[in-house]
Every structure is written in C-alpha cells, then in structure tokens.
Design a protein around this ligand. Structure first.
Ligand SMILES: [Zn+2]
Length: 187
C-alpha cells in the first residue's frame, strides 16, 4: 500500500511571508517556464496545506511532458491531468511543499537525486517506476503523496484527508473529477 500522510496546514502571518520570499525565485522560474512553453492563464489550486498556480500546456504539443512543480507553479500535460486528476495534483502540490523547505536549493538538489536514481536503476531497476523516480527520495519517501499514489490511487479516510488538505476533495468519482478539473482549466 502507498504510504501517504495528511500534510499540516500552512501558517500565514510572518512565517507565511518568509516562506513566500524563500520560494519566490523558484516560483518566478516556474512562471517564466510556463509562459515560454506557451501556457495560457494559470488556475489557482490548493487548500490549507499549500497553494499553487496550475498551468496547462497547449494540447497535444508536448505529448512527452508529464507534470512538474517549479516552486509554487505546476505545469501539466492536459491529457495526463485528465487521466490521473486529483492524485496527480496532490503529488505536485506535495512537491510545492518541499519547495517551502528547500527554497532555491530545491531544483539543484532534485536534479542530483534524479540522476542518482537513474544510476541506481541501471543496476537494480524497480518494476513499474521510471529510472528517474525509483530511488529518488523526493519522489517516494520525503513527500506526503509519493509518486506511487498516481499509479495506484489510495482510498479510505486517510486518502480523503490528504485530498481535503490540498483542496481536492469532491464527491464526484475520480473520472468525473478529473474531467471537471480538465474542463475548468481549459482555455
Ligand atoms: Zn514527482
């Protein structure tokens, strides 16, 4: 079973302001990347655990792109979002929380860990996981919604609590919810 945990609510006030300054340079890179890729206006998503700007890539133009969180900016390939819906967003929002801790160090640290995972996977590949993610602790261990949750969406009260914390809880089924999110952010 995928190990998930309910993220604590982010505090506002002075701590919230410091966090915003700490993550601002990376978030700015995220906005610039989204614009460069031709994304239109972002959608504000998230809940008490964290918030982010969601950009949807132009349809069918970057089919191999998956999803990425750069600071508090999330850029997704729309077909992938339609397929995985809430748990994809929960995973990316969980990355946004990692940015709160690592700030400007996040991108270089994550790049190093992606490379480490790829090298490890050459020797001991893990079935069902991309070589970049299989041994990456920022994807699977030091995160409240590991990438495993996208492949096998968790269920039950704990899962609902996680989705609620990220503002993603709805009464609709997973497929309906994914469709609704995809439609809401359609240009
Ligand atoms: Zn990830």
């Amino acid at each position: 079973m995928t190990r998930i945990s309910i993220p604590a609510a982010r505090r506002g006030g002075a701590i919230g302001a410091i966090r915003q300054v700490w993550t601002a340079p990376t978030t700015l890179i995220g906005h610039a990347t989204a614009r460069m890729l031709g994304c239109r206006k972002p959608q504000r998503i998230g809940g008490q655990a964290t918030r982010a700007w969601l950009y949807r890539l132009p349809a069918a133009r970057f089919k191999r792109w998956r999803a990425v969180a750069i600071g508090h900016v999330i850029i997704v390939e729309p077909a992938l979002l339609a397929r995985h819906g809430r748990w994809l967003l929960a995973h990316e929002l969980a990355h946004a929380r990692q940015h709160d801790w690592l700030g400007p160090a996040y991108l270089p640290v994550h790049a190093m860990l992606l490379f480490f995972s790829m090298v490890m996977s050459c020797f001991r590949p893990i079935a069902g996981f991309s070589p970049w993610h299989a041994y990456n602790p920022l994807e699977r261990v030091l995160i409240c919604v590991p990438i495993d949750a996208i492949a096998v969406p968790p269920e039950g009260a704990l899962a609902e609590g996680v989705l609620r914390a990220f503002g993603l809880r709805g009464t609709a089924s997973r497929a309906q919810q994914a469709q609704r999110i995809a439609q809401r952010i359609a240009p």
